[in-house]
Write a protein that binds this ligand. Structure first.
Ligand SMILES: [Zn+2]
Length: 252
């Protein structure tokens, strides 16, 4: 009898263990696969808009979109999510960013799951919230000036590295961490995977100005993240402290 009780105990323990291993981590969230990527303004093809500054490694890690009519005529015009995804940041980061939205996208390509972040900066208004599920073409905000810092335009990035967040310090400003947005979108207007969903890593950056979870090596992460999600759970993001460090005030 004593033996049986002992056996039952171990059986129960192994069941619990299996349950824990099989359960999704709190550091992941389910999101709908991207079934294609569109331009973030004048949807879906940026009709009525032009890029005033292009992607340039080392200098400008995204594209600046302006309305064809020039000046601030595009102020308050809608900005759309490039693809289905999950909002991982939607808040006023002030300094060089202004109102900032980051959306995480996962998609199937060459039979592999891949993940990228899209970045929408200097917004006049944010119309989404963090952890919200987004579909391609859904409005995320409006074109703004980063609180009067620049003439109105959208700064738009596509990042390979989902550990950057709002602080780019410590991450190489090159193709190991970023895509040229136009070059990324053009061959990915339509992707397979419609209606399917997948788990993506969340909490991959904190909001304390570190740009990566404490103890993480951003360079090493940068080498792995595009095709391989992190194997171990990341630390929970640190509490927001109100300390913002941005390298410079010119356009990011
Ligand atoms: Zn820019």
């Amino acid at each position: 009898m004593r033996f049986l009780r002992k056996y039952a105990f171990w059986l129960l323990l192994s069941c619990l263990g299996a349950g824990l291993v099989g359960a999704p981590s709190a550091q992941t969230a389910r999101t709908r696969l991207a079934d294609g990527f569109d331009q973030p303004v004048g949807k879906p093809d940026a009709e009525g808009y032009y890029t005033s500054r292009r992607f340039r490694p080392g200098y400008h890690m995204g594209e600046d979109w302006n309305g064809d009519s020039g000046g601030n005529t595009d102020l308050g015009k809608p900005v759309y999510s490039t693809a289905n995804g999950l909002v991982v940041l939607a808040r006023d980061m002030r300094m060089g960013w202004g109102n900032l939205v980051i959306i995480r996208h996962t998609f199937l390509e060459d039979k592999q799951m891949k993940t990228v972040d899209s970045v929408y900066a200097h917004l006049d208004k944010i119309t989404v919230r963090e952890n919200q599920q987004i579909v391609r073409g859904q409005q995320v905000g409006t074109i703004g000036t980063a609180h009067g810092l620049y003439p109105a335009h959208l700064h738009f990035e596509i990042r390979k590295n989902i550990y950057i967040g709002y602080n780019q310090r410590g991450f190489g400003k090159d193709y190991s961490n970023y895509f040229s947005p136009g070059a990324f979108i053009a061959p990915r207007r339509k992707l397979s995977g419609t209606g399917r969903s997948a788990l993506v890593a969340v909490n991959t950056f904190n909001l304390e100005g570190q740009g990566a979870p404490p103890g993480e090596d951003p360079t090493q992460r940068a080498l792995n993240k595009f095709t391989a999600p992190p194997a171990s759970p990341l630390q929970a993001p640190a509490k927001k402290t109100g300390v913002f460090r941005v390298n410079r005030f010119d356009d990011l």
